[in-house]
Design a protein around this ligand. Structure first.
Ligand SMILES: [Cu+2]
Length: 186
């Protein structure tokens, strides 16, 4: 998907900037001006439409937290999320996974039948306001505290629920998530 690739570039600006600098040095002044305008335009457009990306666990990333489950409970409590935001689960591929599970399975650390499971570091967005439950499917990691519940509030751009109060019936059983990126860091 084109939008995914664009987001990937936005998520790793340092690499892109170096490439651009090399390109700029190789060009004459007139082309530099054209490029600079183009880059500025893309940057502006990206900025106005980009979601806030939260790295789950900040510097710790997505792992078994040294202090146990309280770490991610605290992290989630100290952040607030709206639907346009995305969660970046950062971990070393093969050492952890990120799996969405039901509330019930989250509480008892049943990882045998996740809603979905990703083996690579991933950026995930959400399309419906709700509380989402994530854990790692590596044996023992959930019980050791690698689990997080995150509430996503409706964004200002999100249409209000129907005034009748009747919850909309999902057309399919697909989870209300969008996989913004799960290939960039492989
Ligand atoms: Cu793990």
């Amino acid at each position: 998907m084109g939008s995914d690739k664009k987001y990937c570039q936005v998520a790793f600006p340092n690499t892109r900037t170096k490439e651009e600098e090399k390109m700029i040095k190789a060009m004459n002044f007139r082309n530099v001006m054209v490029l600079a305008i183009a880059v500025a335009t893309v940057a502006t457009m990206s900025h106005t439409t980009a979601a806030t990306e939260y790295v789950v666990g900040d510097d710790l990333g997505w792992t078994v937290p040294p202090g146990g489950a309280a770490y991610y409970v605290s992290w989630a409590a100290n952040h607030s999320f709206v639907l346009n935001d995305v969660l970046h689960f950062k971990f070393i591929e093969g050492e952890h996974t990120v799996a969405m599970v039901t509330k019930e399975n989250f509480e008892i650390c049943n990882t045998t039948n996740p809603i979905f499971e990703l083996q690579k570091p991933s950026i995930i967005g959400f399309t419906a306001s709700d509380t989402y439950y994530f854990t790692c499917t590596i044996a023992g990691h959930c019980a050791e505290g690698q689990k997080i519940a995150v509430y996503f509030a409706p964004s200002s751009n999100t249409p209000s629920p129907s005034p009748s109060g009747a919850p909309p019936t999902p057309a399919t059983s697909l989870p209300p998530v969008k996989f913004v990126e799960n290939q960039c860091q492989s």
